[in-house]
Write a new protein. Structure first.
Length: 126
């Protein structure tokens, strides 16, 4: 799963807000019995690889994660409301895909998100 804050602002540039977002997402996932395999909160987007034991549609999981995390982030950081006065933290767009055999390639890609020399996902498929 991948999604971004509205207008692609560098919302998680500060270490404290990035850690809070990670903790909130992990807490939400734990509350609905989702295993988080990889999580990368970048300054302007979030990558998450999850495993769900329930037969849940991935877009529904993403909808729940985005909605609940926005609510909790606004409660923890009230100053975020200045940038997003209407309460819409996350952009409408997102990317969700079911992963089968190539899960290690995807995990490596998410782990290396902070690497400035990264080019594209196919570079990691060896």
């Amino acid at each position: 799963m991948e999604w971004a804050p509205k207008y692609r602002f560098n919302l998680f540039g500060k270490e404290s807000s990035r850690r809070d977002c990670e903790a909130i997402l992990l807490g939400i996932a734990e509350g609905i019995d989702i295993d988080v395999l990889e999580l990368a909160v970048m300054p302007d987007h979030v990558h998450m690889i999850v495993r769900s034991g329930k037969p849940e549609h991935p877009s529904r999981l993403l909808q729940y994660l985005k909605g609940k995390s926005a609510y909790l982030l606004f409660r923890k950081h009230p100053n975020m409301r200045k940038r997003y006065p209407k309460g819409h933290l996350w952009s409408r767009g997102s990317f969700v895909r079911n992963i089968g055999v190539d899960i290690e390639v995807e995990r490596r890609y998410v782990r290396m998100q902070g690497d400035i020399h990264q080019r594209k996902l196919t570079d990691y498929a060896t």
